[in-house]
Design a protein around this ligand. Sequence first.
Ligand code: ZN
Length: 628
Amino acid sequence: MDAHRPAEAPAAPQLRDRSDIDDRFKWNLTHIFPDWSAWQGAYDELETQIGAYAALQGTLAEGPDRLLAAMKLSDDIGQLTYKVWYFASLKYDEDQRDNQINARRQQVQILFAKASQASAWFNPELLEVPLPTVQAWMAANADLAVYRFALEDLYRQQEHVLDDKGEHLLSLSSRFSSSPYDAYAALSTADIRHPSLKLSAGPEVTLTYGQYRAILSTNRNQRDREAAFTAYHRLFDTSVNTYASLYNGVLQRDWFHAQARGYRTTLDAALHGNNIPPAVVENLIDTTKAGTEPLRRYHRLRKRVLGLETYHTYDTAIPLVDFDRKYPYDDVLDWLPASVAPLGRDYQRQLREVLFGDWIDVYENPGKRSGAYSAPVYGVHPYMLLNYNDTLDAVFTLAHEMGHSMHTLLSNAHQPFVYSAYTIFVAEVPSTLSEALFLEHMLEQATDDRERIVLLQHAIDGIVGTFYTQVLFADYELQAHRLVEEGRPVTAEALGAIYFNLMQAYHGDALDYDDLARLTWARIPHFYSTPYYVYQYATCFASSAQLMRQLTTGSATDRAAAIDRYLTLLKAGGSDHPMPLLERAGVDLSKPETVRAVVNQLDSLVTKLEQAIQTLEPPSAVRERKKQ
Ligand SMILES: [Zn+2]
């Protein structure tokens, strides 16, 4: 769940064979199964259970015992599925060159397809039983009452389910509804011809997306960055009408489905699953747009520190100072527990268990999966995959994934299986909060002004990237969908105008605008693959900022109450819809003040950055290079 993180990680310092890495830096998967034969035994059992579930078809109406039996068997299958899947999948990620393990992993995927066929009867059959009947059953049967939220939610969703004929028609449309994205992916990846680019120094480079990002974040020559920006965006400019046409396909599909299912708007349709009121997205957009002053202040500061006469989108990623401290993993093992002190001793103790339990696969090795994740292996414990390379990014990635792991640990310990998983709407709250606590700790520890600047810039860039940019994206998606809802034409020009107006609304005169930036919308994969998704990064960020304020300010009693509410949120897993869960933790996303917590957080970080920069001696320390 880290789509906001750059896909390309910096290269590891030295690549060792897996067998040369000390066991304490590798996860121990025997906590799941002792060996492959135990795994095979569980696999066979799972297959038997799936067959037994299919055989329950036609029994639900007979009464509460039958329904309970189906729910329990479904839980058993789910729990075993976690272990069977993750044992194969985590093994595979240790070395993806292993074909035998890959075959086993695919074997599980085939079984999943069987399982979903074997359970397809459940929802329609249940919904034939009137809800009051099921409610009466639950009132009389405590074991069945455990499933109240899950069952009632199925009835809630029923409101927009069509009759058999309608559902059949809609299911036929699923075959082509992914075509706009597939064509976008082909056009922007498979069929794209990356240009080569001659920079001011070094050999000619092929301008892939990874290379483009690398130039923007490391090349201190503004002309090189400009050349990379121009060449990269021309790639999209040459096919911009095709991109607009594909995106129109996405918008028309969403509007078709919303209307077919009786939703008022595409936004209503997208939010209904998690029962989120559309006012949450509107509040997010309006309050953020009204809170762009700290963002502009940051850009003006960057322009001055970097010594630039003009300041463009391609100047926003370059570091303010050069600083290459290494952060050995063993040091972080002390810092991370210290950073969560505001969450109390129990939390600290459990976090140490995660760190020292052989649950984490720390270093890169040949064939290992790239990136980082936390895997919620229900019935065992969370595992974490890292590619730790001693950089500051790697440290914060560990803090981030640790937030997910603690969430899993607490949710699994306190919820029945059916509610142990949590939605993305809540998932990124503990991960970002964990990063924020870690930043506070690192800032307190930092003795070097340059390090303070690097830390502050890391935190600010996080807010810009996961909050401001995602809200701007959400605003764009909303306005673009409204074009089709209002029957207006969708052209490259119309989409470019929406995007450009938003850029100006956010950055005002803090940015110098390039015409090619208009077509940024054309290259964002999320717009084609998962519309109305990215706003959740921003709502999580706002929730986390609000919680951070409650956890670290006010009287000791207030803070203790805030810790209690926060831990209750983590323990609650997926036992309710996200809005009530967050409300109980003290976060109301329909209120402007929640969103303003991020604006205030950014404002205070920019002020700290200004102070840190003032203490550095200009201009030798802050390495600036005017036009070359
Ligand atoms: Zn995450």
